[in-house]
Design a protein around this ligand. Structure first.
Ligand code: HEC
Ligand code: HEC
Length: 301
């Protein structure tokens, strides 16, 4: 019996040791993934300074950025878990903001490629979508962000503890977290149609706004990369939108009330940003959705 316990102890001890080694190995791998630097040729875009461009930039920022960076763009807590935390950066030139440090090329690199001035990937910030923006639209956005009043607010740097690093090493953080890696692994093609109530411009807005991140690449249904998110419905004529008119769609994106009367949860479906799109922009999105093939609803795993 004594012998048995001795052997049992040795086996258990070795097993625990092995698990510990695997864990440390994964944490080591995660660490090197997190410390990977990316090198890209940053596009030369002249950032405008005139009032019209800044006003156009403000319109975009209301639809695309304030949901995470706050109305005054001073950022704040975004994601906090026992293994990692990321805050949305303070974009102003106040104390603790990046506005006083970022040069034009730093803004362009971050928004188009998801890469910080230090060459590391940014977390969460959806450059995977913003890379679809034309030079002009991106320039207008940066022009506006540079013009906002400074707000003093210290923001913590993204952090991962040992468990978080092991999770990165094990590939548990999927798409949507390491933005520069997502962009590198998913090359895209771009087109820049003129603004107008056309399906082409609607497609441009859809790509730049991340609708496909949640509703699926073909918009036939999907799920946000956030594991706690609910399923996003089919937006092609194969789903409920077959019975909608343009006015129903505009109402849903402006007020969060679907045609059925169902209230769309703004934490799941970010209509509180998209309500800032103009009527013409929403009509363009609708024009694109309407001409999609009638696809069966994709039920995400
Ligand atoms: C889904 C939420 C979300 C949206 C939408 C978003 N951001 Fe961010 N942004 C973040 C988070 C989180 C960070 C911090 C990332 C980090 O520290 O790696 C960040 C960081 C940044 C940075 C700093 C990158 C760096 O290198 O430190 C810039 C610049 C930025 N955002 C600009 C914008 C602009 C402009 C928009 C709109 C066009 C926008 N963001 C929309 C979440 C978001
Ligand atoms: C972060 C994920 C996410 C993004 C980004 C997103 N959606 Fe949604 N959307 C959802 C979810 C989830 C629902 C269901 C919400 C609910 O039932 O509370 C939804 C619901 C909808 C509905 C209602 C459909 C119905 O059958 O009732 C429409 C219309 C819609 N989204 C359009 C869009 C458009 C257009 C975009 C891009 C401009 C977009 N969504 C971007 C997650 C998202």
């Amino acid at each position: 019996m004594k012998k048995f316990f001795k052997w049992f102890g040795i086996v258990l001890g070795s097993l625990l040791g092995l698990i510990m080694l695997i864990f440390l190995g994964l944490a080591f791998k995660g660490n090197s993934i997190l410390n990977k630097t990316y090198d890209v040729q940053v596009e030369k875009i002249t950032i405008p300074t005139d009032a019209d461009s800044i006003a156009r930039g403000e319109h975009w920022v209301k639809a695309e950025c304030i949901g995470c960076h706050g109305d005054n763009l001073s950022g704040g807590p975004f994601f906090k878990a026992p293994f990692a935390s990321f805050d949305a950066k303070n974009l102003t030139s106040g104390k603790g903001g990046i506005g006083s440090e970022f040069k034009d090329e730093d803004w362009i690199r971050a928004l188009r490629h998801g890469i910080g001035p230090d060459g590391l990937s940014v977390f969460i910030m959806p450059a995977t979508d913003f890379r679809y923006l034309s030079d002009q639209d991106l320039g207008d956005i940066i022009a506006y962000v540079k013009s906002v009043p400074p707000v003093d607010k210290e923001i913590s740097e993204p952090s991962f503890n040992l468990l978080g690093k092991a999770m990165v090493g094990a590939g548990i953080f999927g798409k949507g977290v390491l933005v520069a890696r997502d962009i590198e692994e998913n090359p895209a093609t771009f087109s820049y149609p003129a603004a107008g109530v056309t399906p082409e411009y609607g497609e441009y807005l859809i790509n730049a706004s991340g609708c496909r991140v949640c509703h699926g690449t073909k918009l036939s249904g999907g799920k946000s990369p956030d594991p706690t998110a609910i399923n996003a419905p089919n937006l092609t004529p194969g789903g409920e939108l077959i019975a909608w008119e343009e006015a129903d769609f505009i109402k849903a994106l402006r007020t969060g009330v679907a045609k059925s009367g169902h209230q769309l949860d703004p934490k799941e479906m970010p209509w509180e940003h998209f309500k800032n799109f103009s009527d013409d922009e929403l009509k363009a999105i609708w024009a694109y959705l309407k001409i999609q093939p009638k696809l069966e609803t994709t039920i995400p795993k």
